[in-house]
Design a protein around this ligand. Sequence first.
Ligand SMILES: Cc1cc2nc3c(=O)[nH]c(=O)nc-3n(C[C@H](O)[C@H](O)[C@H](O)COP(=O)(O)OP(=O)(O)OC[C@H]3O[C@@H](n4cnc5c(N)ncnc54)[C@H](O)[C@@H]3O)c2cc1C
Length: 481
Amino acid sequence: MAKDFLKGAQDYYDVVVIGSGLAGLTAANALAKQGRSVLLLEQHYQLGGMATWFKRAGGHIFDISLHGFPVGMIKSCRRYWTREIADSIVQLKNIRFDNPMFSLSTTFDRDDFTRQLVEKFHVPQEQVVAFFDAARALNFYDDQNQTTGEFFQKFFPGREDVIRLLMEPITYANGSTLEDPAVSYGIVFSNFMSKGVFTFEGGTDRLIGLMKDELARNGVDVRIRSDVEKLHVRNGKIEAAVINGRTIKCGCVVSNANLKSTIFKLVGEEHFDRSFIDEARAVRLNNSSCQVYIALKPGDHLDESNGDLLFSSTAPLFRTEALLSRDVTSRTYSFYYPRTRPGSDRSMIVSSTNANYSDWAGMSDEEYAAEKNDLIETTLAALEAYIPDVRSRIQYVEASTPKTFEHYTRHIEGASFGTKFEGLAVSRAIPQQVSGLYHAGSVGIIMSGWLGAVNYGVIVANDVDAYLSGGRPASVESFAS
Ligand SMILES: Cc1cc2nc3c(=O)[nH]c(=O)nc-3n(C[C@H](O)[C@H](O)[C@H](O)COP(=O)(O)OP(=O)(O)OC[C@H]3O[C@@H](n4cnc5c(N)ncnc54)[C@H](O)[C@@H]3O)c2cc1C
């Protein structure tokens, strides 16, 4: 008989959280701390969503999305998780760029970027200061028709090299493009520039393990392999969730699943206004990613001069289409030294590229396997430019594609960062459509990534708490910096 992953679950919870991405985990934890009974459901056998890891024979552990996040994560983890989690966040000090326009190494903060822009790129100091101040000042109330490209042209007209330096890492970090609203760029860029790029010491497995312990301490009922199939709505109000065929009643639902799946699949469009459905349908998904995971032989220590993150590109110019193309010219390498997991003797390299789902869908199994092999081969060939003997040092290598992300997280088309910016308004409007239904998860640039997801989880937990107590919801804007 199949194992019952819901064995012992209650028939009613104040809150059902669908999905254990960072937003789902954080919302569940905050609500349990506020005294609510919480059921957290994850369809996968592991928690974390995109913030996850996998193990392979030989003791290799690969992180999927532990590449870098802004300093704000320390404050958010201290406030909404534990001191131990917050204290394990450390800075990555050597971020490198290498492309036909420039090669440089930076601590990736405002002081160092200012110095490099003035000394290396010969931009007048006042212009750099004006740019940083304007980026910091961008907020939700600004004209959202101004694109990031237009914003750059105001300060650095014709300077494709400067724009590449300022934009390439943010495109990598959240898939945003020159065509996206400037506000979304300004907030994320300024968050990074405040103190640089940070990581979690001990790896994603340790982080999620610590979060799981904290959820247990706060009484969250956590269930893996628990697939939410449907949500029941009655008289405009959420009533129950159907999980692995069992119906569990609840006062509220927080969906951490993909925004569009939540609306169209879990609830069904018949429960929403026509105009809302039109708006939801128009929300664009974000692009997906490919990764190549490379483990060196145990005890083989990578030279730290490789840096922590390397934004590498052979494309002569910075272009969105080039970043997404199957003909890969841009790769971001994360170098993981033994210090990533103190006590370990492993060095890993993960190469990431933005990718379109459509380029990987619809292949036969043979074609798909061959294309994955090609991805590995071309990545190793590109990596040889930096580590010439890398092939002889490798013990294990594997690749993932947009289909892999779709499979493990159920994001439509494997979208790495959920939806584009317009998804945020739709996500926030859901409770006005269906009472007791909330969405907390990657929607566009600000409310995705590790920090965005954690903060969005807190915002929505506060909304839910207010709803269950009959109070007023909090605003998103207070978390956007
Ligand atoms: C390759 C890659 C690299 C990245 N690098 C970085 C980085 O360096 N820095 C950074 O800050 N961010 C990075 N990110 C983004 C970051 O990991 C995500 O934005 C963030 O983790 C998303 O959190 P989330 O709360 O939106 O949920 P998600 O991680 O999207 O998780 C949603 C969860 O819901 C579950 N679920 C869905 N449907 C159901 C259902 N019906 N029933 C039960 N469970 C369900 C899924 O299984 C999943 O666990 C990266 C992402 C990718 C893909």
